[in-house]
Design a protein around this ligand. Structure first.
Ligand SMILES: Cc1ncc(COP(=O)(O)O)c(C=O)c1O
Length: 375
């Protein structure tokens, strides 16, 4: 029975970058925004974001979200107490909000692209008004969401915005630029090993507001500004030089990796026309995995479907089920609006294997195993 893993990280080959590693060792600069981080930020800005604005490396996206939320909400004081976000996401943005002294306020998603629904966001913004400190949309599974919509929301409601684009580094919009280009709000990307842009642990914050990025840089360095004296809320959010080198190596191979993932995702949708796929927009997607919705009558038996797939050597998952509002830690520490679509999507979702290594032949095996499991 072939074993097809759900994910198979393709981290860059540090073992083949001995000269660059020696250079880092020789320089004695291992962190604190050394030359490798500086080069990485410059190359990402030029190659993905049209050279507009600025970006900042961070040690992981969760820390990046904490920093960005803290930066735009300050000392969270009443009445601004809520961080509005979809519940169909990972636990990280909800944790980040709580670390910033805010309460997650979960909204429903769109049934087609599985990102926060505009009507649901507006309903909660109208209901809670000035109590909402920040809106934290998620670009679901690397999709290119409509960022102009958040410029309108920010102007209308006077609310801050931080975009969680954990899986989107490498996604390209219809205009040919990387997802996020030109965005005035901080956008936080992950370069975790499980993402298409795989390193070990790393993240990136991008935005057109260069002053905000400079302040975030100081925040990530203990809140030191100029002298080594804390001038603002701070933590240690810096990325080390060795992981920055991995990211530079990844940047070179990213296009072929994302193209392969896109081709595989297209093949899945051709092979499984009977299932519902996420509606995606943009030119290229840095897919992490491929998600489908099972028919409603198979939501209950989903554990059995997973068992049958496993018996055929296929590892599948259920991102994001349970969704965040369902997770015990957030009970009593969050509020939710109506989550009808979220509950429906979460209980039917099935996430299928994807990696830089998966072959078309393996996709046929996965699809045959899935059809067999559903029969
Ligand atoms: C939606 C979302 N936000 C944030 C994160 C956090 O990223 P990191 O692991 O780099 O902290 C993840 C991680 O997978 C994620 O899926």
């Amino acid at each position: 029975v072939p074993k097809i893993p759900f994910l198979h990280p393709n981290s860059p080959k540090l073992s083949e970058a001995r000269d660059a590693l020696r250079e880092i060792e020789h320089s004695g600069v291992l962190s604190n925004y050394g030359p490798v981080n500086t080069r990485l930020e410059r190359e990402i800005l030029e190659s993905m974001f049209d050279g507009r604005g600025a970006c900042l490396t961070v040690c992981n996206a969760t820390t990046g979200l904490m920093m960005a939320i803290k930066h735009c909400t300050g000392e969270a004081r009443a009445p601004r107490r809520y961080a509005l976000m979809p519940s169909f996401t990972f636990a990280a943005p909800a944790h980040a909000a709580i670390w910033c002294g805010l309460t997650p306020l979960f909204c429903d998603i769109d049934p087609h692209d599985w990102a926060a629904s505009e009507a649901a966001e507006r309903e909660l913004l109208d209901r809670y008004g000035e109590e909402v400190a920040v809106v934290v949309p998620y670009a679901t599974f690397g999709n290119c969401i409509d960022l102009k919509r958040y410029e309108k929301l920010a102007a209308e409601y006077g609310v801050a915005v931080v975009i969680d684009a954990a899986a989107s580094l490498g996604s390209i919009c219809e205009d040919g630029f990387g997802f996020g280009t030109g965005c005035p709000f901080p956008i936080v990307y992950s370069m975790h090993a499980t993402k298409a842009f795989a390193t070990t642990e790393a993240g990136l914050i991008y935005c057109t507001d260069v002053d905000a990025v400079n302040e975030l840089r100081a925040m990530a360095n203990f809140g030191f500004a100029g002298k080594r004296v804390a001038m603002m809320p701070g933590l240690n959010g810096k990325l080390n030089e060795i992981t920055a080198l991995m990211a530079l190596l990844k940047l070179k191979e990213l296009a072929s990796s994302v193209e392969h993932r896109t081709k595989i995702a297209t093949l899945y949708s051709k092979e499984l026309p009977e299932l519902t796929f996420q509606q995606v927009s943009g030119r290229r997607h840095a897919f992490m995995f491929v998600s489908v919705l099972l028919p409603a009558e198979l939501a209950g038996p989903r554990p059995e479907v997973l068992r049958r797939l496993a018996a055929d050597g296929v590892e599948a998952r259920t991102y994001f089920s349970p969704h965040v509002a369902e997770q015990p830690y957030f009970h009593g520490r969050s509020l939710s609006g109506d989550l009808t679509v979220t509950n429906d999507v979460a209980c039917r979702i099935l996430s299928l294997p994807l990696s830089d290594f998966i072959t078309e032949e393996q996709v046929h095996i996965v699809c045959a195993a899935l059809r067999n499991a559903l029969a």
